[in-house]
Write a protein that binds this ligand. Structure first.
Ligand SMILES: [Zn+2]
Length: 266
């Protein structure tokens, strides 16, 4: 998409999770994609029209590329399907289709350069793999918090882009119970979470991410990181920590499953 012009935008329904912005097809048509970037879980396309297209894949959304040979990301996706909601016909001959069976995805348009004013982007914490996410930031963000560490690490205002699975894995490697109050974790232990978070995310990216049910990677393949989970989804299994004789337990915190070892996570 980068550098290409949206020759025609086909908007096949009024919205997904939320209504699409007014006249979306008209505002996209003729726009050149100047730059593609990402913030947290949002894909952002800065357009030549002075607007930025925000795309969120939600639970099951996919961006399918077809119509021209584009190497490994090419999909054979000739005819519009039931769940194809937006089709961008690029001037290069490529067709970018937003397909989303569950319709939890989203698209919006906002003035370029005003990320911080957008309700979905404002107040997001630093990227976990960026320089702004460091020991000092995390220790300060957790200090005095009365919420469980599990909820604090899922809070996108503290760190943007850590999901339920990865928080479970991170806390297991750190030996910290998901129920422990964030503000009751010693600074040195809190600081040690930073390199663990980077390691877990780095390994997940290297192995193609995790797949839950119908989620697919850009290449259409399922992710493989779930084969490396140490606690997530392993209720009743023996703990993977060397010399630990504990059994993985599942509890529900804020409506989400937490998997942990009560023996080595304190
Ligand atoms: Zn254990």
């Amino acid at each position: 998409m980068a550098g290409a012009v949206i020759a025609r935008a086909e908007v096949r329904r009024a919205g997904l999770r939320w209504p699409f912005p007014a006249r979306m097809a008209e505002r996209l048509t003729g726009a050149r994609v100047e730059r593609l970037r990402r913030r947290s879980k949002y894909i952002l396309a800065d357009l030549s029209t002075g607007e930025t297209l925000l795309i969120h894949l939600g639970m099951s959304g996919r961006m399918l590329i077809s119509g021209t040979m584009l190497g490994e990301f090419h999909h054979d996706h000739p005819a519009p399907e039931k769940h194809d909601h937006v089709v961008l016909h690029m001037d290069t001959g490529a067709r970018i289709t937003f397909n989303d069976a569950r319709r939890f995805g989203a698209m919006d348009l906002f003035p370029t350069g005003e990320d911080d004013a957008h309700p979905l982007l404002a107040r997001l914490g630093p990227e976990p793999l960026g320089n702004a996410f460091n020991e000092r930031h995390l220790v300060a963000a957790l200090a005095g918090r009365n919420t469980p560490i599990k909820a604090a690490l899922l809070d996108q205002h503290i760190v943007a882009g850590l999901g339920n699975i990865y928080v479970c894995e991170v806390l297991h490697r750190a030996g910290i119970s998901p129920r422990r109050k964030a503000g009751r974790i010693a600074a040195a232990r809190a600081a040690a979470l930073v390199p663990i978070i980077r390691d877990v995310l780095g390994e997940a990216i290297a192995s193609g991410g995790s797949s839950l049910r119908d989620y697919r990677q850009a290449s259409g393949e399922l992710g493989y990181f779930q084969h490396a989970f140490r606690v997530y989804g392993r209720e009743g299994a023996a703990c993977a920590t060397p010399d630990c004789t504990g059994t993985i337990r599942r509890i529900v915190q804020s409506g989400r499953s937490s998997f942990y070892c009560p023996r080595c996570q304190r």
